[in-house]
Design a binder for this molecule. Structure first.
Ligand code: NAP
Length: 245
């Protein structure tokens, strides 16, 4: 029987790559998006063209009612859940911390932190053997910024990713005995809409490997962590940073 994954922010960038690779590996994929229905539907068509099954679902991960609707739609379409990828994220406004206003602070924390927590909260009763589930895996997408801190540019984003790391550290130990492996992937700079073309061009050559990542190179790590090949991996933080710490 095909396994089922929910990928938040599956319409573009790293999330879209994760959805495509899962589809090609035979998973049923719930492609979540916030506003770009066109992009999500294009990803779903690619999954279906490769022989997989896809469900496209709009939901703002920062809103509990939306998250409940997202998971209920997955239950109805596929009759169960095996994996969650907490990938949806935003960078907020770049700049010095003192120039940020409280609205942007609340927005970044709501999407990047509360969003992961609400989705994990919805996934656990569906996955946990303690609740009659068949076990599964959760991958939280963090960033190397959680450790660098992003001075002068993205302290808020870095704080949010530090919280994502802590979520994995805690939940991995809380849930490993219930059949749920929780892990983090920490991408380096990746060629998506998030960093933008200027950053990709200027920073790429300064990375030890000499370039930014292609989204598929991040997605491959996620697919491995979700697979049975990673059956003893829990609480890991897989850095995919081209040699950058
Ligand atoms: P991206 O290209 O900007 O795509 C962001 C995705 O998140 C889109 O699918 C977007 O949906 C979705 N999204 C945004 N807000 C949402 C919300 N409130 N609810 C549901 N979905 C929402 O970003 P990316 O570069 O692929 O980043 C993916 C993850 O990797 C993020 O967690 C990011 O922090 C992390 N990361 C990225 C990099 C990098 O260099 N790109 C490096 C380290 C870590 P719509 O298409 O509908 O807008």
């Amino acid at each position: 029987m095909a396994r089922t994954a929910i990928v938040t922010g599956g319409s573009r960038g790293i999330g879209a790559s994760i959805c495509r690779l899962l589809g090609a590996a035979g998973w049923n994929v719930v492609v979540n998006y916030a506003g770009r229905a066109d992009a999500a539907q294009a990803v779903a068509r690619e999954i279906e063209a490769s022989g997989g099954q896809a469900l496209v679902m709009q939901a703002d991960v920062a809103r509990k009612v939306d998250v409940d609707r997202l998971f209920a739609a997955c239950d109805e379409a596929f009759g169960g859940l095996d994996a969650l990828v907490n990938n949806a994220g935003v960078i907020g406004r770049r700049g010095r911390f003192e120039d940020l206003d409280d609205a942007v602070m609340a927005q970044v924390l709501a999407i990047n932190v509360l969003g992961c927590m609400l989705c994990a909260h919805a996934a656990i009763p569906r996955l946990s053997t303690r609740h009659g589930g068949r076990g599964g895996a959760i991958v939280n997408i963090s960033s190397g910024n959680a450790l660098s801190g992003g001075p002068g540019e993205s302290v808020l984003y870095s704080v949010s990713k530090g919280a994502v790391n802590s979520l994995t550290i805690g939940l991995s130990q809380e849930l490993a005995g219930e059949g749920i492996r929780v892990n983090t992937v920490s991408p380096g700079l990746t060629d998506t809409d998030m960093p933008g073309a200027d950053k990709i061009a200027s920073i790429g050559p300064t990375i030890p490997i000499g370039r930014v990542a292609h989204p598929d190179e991040i997605a491959e790590g996620v697919i491995w962590l979700l697979s049975d090949k990673a059956s003893y991996v829990a609480g890991a933080n897989l850095r995919i940073g081209g040699g950058r710490p």
